[in-house]
Ligand binder design. Structure first.
Ligand SMILES: NC(=O)c1ccc[n+]([C@@H]2O[C@H](COP(=O)([O-])OP(=O)(O)OC[C@H]3O[C@@H](n4cnc5c(N)ncnc54)[C@H](OP(=O)(O)O)[C@@H]3O)[C@@H](O)[C@H]2O)c1
Length: 264
C-alpha cells in the first residue's frame, strides 16, 4: 500500500501502539479515522494534523459504535486500510477472572474486530487495492499460563486472518496478521511487568512496533511476527509443543506468585 493514498480506519488509536500508528500514518501523508472511547493524546495529534486525522469516539463492543465507525469512514471517502488494533489484556489466571472480564475481552479482541471487518468489506472491496490489518500477538501462537483468555482471543484473530486472507485471495483486499511481542504500553500492568522482568522477556518500544507494522503494510505482507527469540518459539511451539509444555511448567510457580494466586 502506498501510505499517502491511504484512508485508514484505526481502532485502538489512543493506545500505546495505536497512537504511534496514527502519528506515523499522518507523517506519511495518510488520512486517519482514529477510533477509541477516550481521546487521550489523540487530541494533540489532531491539532497537529487537522486535515488528516479525525477522532471518533466509539465503544467497539456495541453494534451502534461500529456502525458509526462505518459511516464516518464513508464520509471520509471510504477506507482502503482497516487496522484492528483495539484490544484488552489482563495478566490473570482463569480463576481470577470474572464473567464481565471474559465478556469484555472476547467482545473487543475478537468479536468487534470480526464485525467491524465485515462491515468495512464493501468499502474495502470497492478500492483498487485495500488491506485489513489485524493486530494479534505472539500469544496468538503460543498458549501461555496467566494469559489463557487473551491467548484464546488472539489465536481466534490469527485463524480469522488466515481464513479471510484465503477467502479474499482473488479480490483486491489483502489481509495482514501482525503479531507484536511484549510492548511498552499501558496494557501491561505492574504484575505483568514484574513477571516480564523476572523472566527477562524482551520488550519493544511502541514506535518500533508501529514502524514495523507500517513497513509490512507498505510491502503488503500477509504475516508479521516481531521479536527474536519469540519468532523461534512460535515455530518450536508449532512443531514440538511438548518441549514448550515442559519449559513453561518450570515457570509456573513464578507465574502464579506474580499473579497473586494464593495456592497451587
Ligand atoms: N502491549 C503489548 O505488550 C502488546 C503485545 C502484543 C500485542 N499487543 C496488541 O496490540 C494492540 C494494541 O495494544 P496496546 O499495547 O497499544 O494497548 P493499550 O495501550 O492498552 O491501548 C488499547 C486501545 O484499545 C482501545 N479500547 C479499549 N477498549 C475499547 C472499546 N471497548 N472500544 C473501543 N476502543 C477500545 C483503547 O482506547 P479507549 O480505552 O480510549 O477506548 C486504546 O486505544 C492490542 O490489540 C494488543 O492486544 C499488545
Amino acid at each position: 500500500m502506498h501510505l499517502p493514498d491511504c484512508v485508514a480506519v484505526l481502532t485502538g488509536a489512543s493506545g500505546g501502539i495505536g497512537l504511534e500508528l496514527a502519528d506515523q500514518l499522518c507523517v506519511a501523508g495518510a488520512k486517519v479515522l482514529a477510533v477509541s472511547r477516550q481521546p487521550g493524546r489523540l487530541a494533540e495529534l489532531q491539532a497537529r494534523y487537522p486535515q488528516q486525522l479525525r477522532w471518533l469516539q466509539a465503544d467497539l463492543r456495541s453494534a451502534e459504535g461500529r456502525g458509526r465507525v462505518l459511516a464516518a469512514a464513508q464520509a471520509m471517502g471510504a477506507c482502503n486500510l482497516l487496522i484492528n488494533a483495539a484490544g484488552v489484556n489482563r495478566f490473570a489466571l482463569l480463576e481470577q477472572m470474572d464473567e464481565a472480564d471474559l465478556d469484555e475481552l472476547f467482545d473487543l479482541n475478537i468479536k468487534a474486530a470480526v464485525q467491524l471487518t465485515r462491515l468495512c468489506l464493501p468499502q474495502l472491496r470497492a478500492q483498487p487495492s485495500a488491506l485489513v490489518v489485524n493486530v494479534g500477538s505472539i500469544y496468538g501462537s503460543i498458549g501461555y499460563p496467566g494469559y489463557a483468555t487473551y491467548c484464546a482471543s488472539k489465536f481466534a484473530l490469527r485463524g480469522f486472518s488466515e481464513a479471510l486472507r484465503r477467502e479474499l485471495a482473488d479480490t483486491t483486499v489483502k489481509v495482514l496478521y501482525a503479531a507484536p511481542r511484549t510492548t511498552r504500553t499501558a496494557m501491561n500492568g505492574d504484575a505483568a511487568q514484574a513477571l516480564n522482568q523476572a523472566l527477562k522477556v524482551g520488550v519493544d518500544d511502541p514506535q518500533d512496533v508501529a514502524r514495523a507494522v507500517l513497513a509490512a503494510v507498505q510491502a503488503e505482507r500477509s504475516e508479521l511476527y516481531l521479536g527474536w527469540p519469540e519468532r523461534l518459539f512460535v515455530r518450536l511451539n508449532g512443531m514440538l509443543p511438548a518441549v514448550v509444555d515442559r519449559a513453561l511448567r518450570k515457570q509456573l510457580p513464578l507465574i502464579r506468585r506474580h499473579s497473586g494466586w494464593p495456592g497451587k
